[in-house]
Ligand binder design. Structure first.
Ligand SMILES: [Zn+2]
Length: 208
């Protein structure tokens, strides 16, 4: 299947996706190509409409999240820089909730609920992957609702080398690379990064 990552002003990125009613025709045929696109772009997750597929699901490296809805559990927020596979070359300071609950369907039709919260201390790889999930669950559901980081984030500028060699570059936050810090320290790091154009953080990856 021939899919590519679509970019603004493609309309599919700015309107809500259609609820999935048939996994076999609306989800499964696209998964392997979407995984490839995500991997080639070094993204952590990918929403269907980013690949030009108009249905309500997203993927990460392990799972497929069908008809996801998100509920805010803790309305306290943190700020961080986010890159987006649909908009290489930019990054945005985004405010995200500290704790959310994602309800979604599996490909077998089961409903699952996954609650994730930014840990108070980020010490292990598991802590880091939880931070990433808190962020990309919100980032991807936004995509499926037709919202881009450019709609609600503040654009920041800093040079960055695109992993695919494009000059326009991608600069992003990969929460998995965050150092071991308390939440307060984490916020400080984010603001330092924003004010430091020399901080290229090459290992950081787009959320999706
Ligand atoms: Zn994105």
């Amino acid at each position: 299947m021939n899919l590519k990552i679509v970019k603004p002003p493609a309309e599919i990125l700015s309107k809500a996706t259609e609820v999935v009613t048939d996994v076999h025709t609306q989800v499964l045929p696209y998964i392997s190509t979407m995984r490839e696109l995500m991997k080639n772009s070094q993204g952590i997750a990918l929403a269907a409409n980013q690949a030009g597929v108009p249905y309500r699901f997203f993927i990460d490296r392990k799972s497929i999240y069908i008809n996801p809805t998100i509920e805010v559990i803790d309305s306290e927020t943190i700020q961080g820089r986010e890159g987006c596979l649909s908009m290489p070359g930019g990054m945005w300071m985004c405010e995200r909730y500290k704790e959310v609950e994602l309800t979604y369907e599996t490909t077998k039709g089961k409903t699952k609920v996954e609650r994730v919260r930014i840990p108070e201390e980020i010490k292990t790889t598991l802590d880091q992957s939880i931070v990433a999930k808190v962020l990309y669950f919100q980032h991807e559901v936004d995509h499926l609702n037709g919202t881009l980081v450019s709609d609600h984030g503040v654009k920041t500028t800093a040079p960055f080398e695109d992993p695919n060699g494009n000059d326009d570059g991608v600069e992003v936050v990969d929460a998995r690379t965050l150092p071991t810090l308390s939440l307060a320290q984490l916020q400080q790091v984010f603001s330092q990064q924003m004010n430091d154009p020399e901080n290229k953080a090459k290992q950081l990856k787009p959320l999706g």
